[in-house]
Design a protein around this ligand. Structure first.
Ligand code: ATP
Ligand code: MG
Length: 213
């Protein structure tokens, strides 16, 4: 990976709705960064997520700010507005094209949960995705990557195109955090402290009609 005698920068790209960002996301990013010696992990909150058309997603600015708050203390974590500012439906390939344009010399690693990885690889243009980045699927409790239907394609790819890694078992999900917040149960320690306070300040996830009480 030497170019002009210099090591190429390695950038992790972690896409997500981050509604809200939680410690599962942060541990996964940190684990992958350590394992692949990444120089930086860029968190990219989605604009309008196409997989989540079934529920109301919090405003992009709230999700962006929570992601900034959660990552602010880590010098190797940053947040990109790329997907939010694009203003149309987000596909992984769009995110990666934009990252490639912004960081033409970097080696990109797209970090995603095993469940989401299976989706991306099923629906999107493989050839271009693998030209743009390597893929790292992190396993989370309750999700096993079913590669049966992918095996045929995986066989033709370089061995490092997709790596599955296990992260410490954190059974945290944004859905569970939203449910807890809606029921007035604590989200302390599931999300960073600043995010707990932001959720409360902005009355996020409070059922309609209850906010303002
Ligand atoms: P929801 O419960 O609404 O689906 P989520 O917790 O999956 O939310 P997303 O913003 O959809 O959060 O996730 C962004 C990425 O992080 C996805 O690739 C997802 O698979 C991964 N991810 C989410 N939770 C964890 C976790 N606890 N450990 C590892 N990866 C996770
Ligand atoms: Mg999810």
């Amino acid at each position: 990976m030497q170019e002009n005698g210099r090591r190429r920068r390695k950038l992790g790209v972690m896409g997500g709705t981050f509604d809200p960002i939680h410690h599962g996301h942060l541990v996964a990013a940190s684990e992958v960064a350590n394992r692949f010696e990444l120089d930086e992990v860029i968190f990219v909150p989605t604009g309008q997520p196409w997989q989540k058309a079934d529920r109301q997603v919090s405003p992009a600015e709230d999700r962006y700010l929570m992601t900034v708050i959660a990552t602010a203390s880590n010098p190797r974590f940053s947040v990109s507005r790329a997907d939010i500012d694009r203003g149309k439906v987000t596909y992984t390939v769009d995110t990666l094209r934009e990252m490639r344009t912004k960081h033409p010399d970097a080696e990109l690693y797209f970090i995603t949960g095993a469940d989401a990885l299976a989706n991306i690889l099923t629906w999107q243009d493989w050839a271009e995705l693998f030209e743009l980045a390597k893929f790292v699927g992190v396993s989370r409790p309750g999700y096993e990557l079913n590669t049966d239907h992918l095996e045929e394609h995986l066989r033709d790819l370089p061995v490092d195109a997709v790596t599955m890694i296990e992260v410490p078992a954190l059974a945290i999900s944004s859905s569970e955090c939203r449910r807890r917040a809606a029921e007035n149960r604590p989200v302390w320690y599931l999300v960073p402290d600043g995010v707990v306070q932001y959720i409360s300040k902005r009355h996020l996830y409070v059922p309609v009609g209850v906010e303002g009480i």
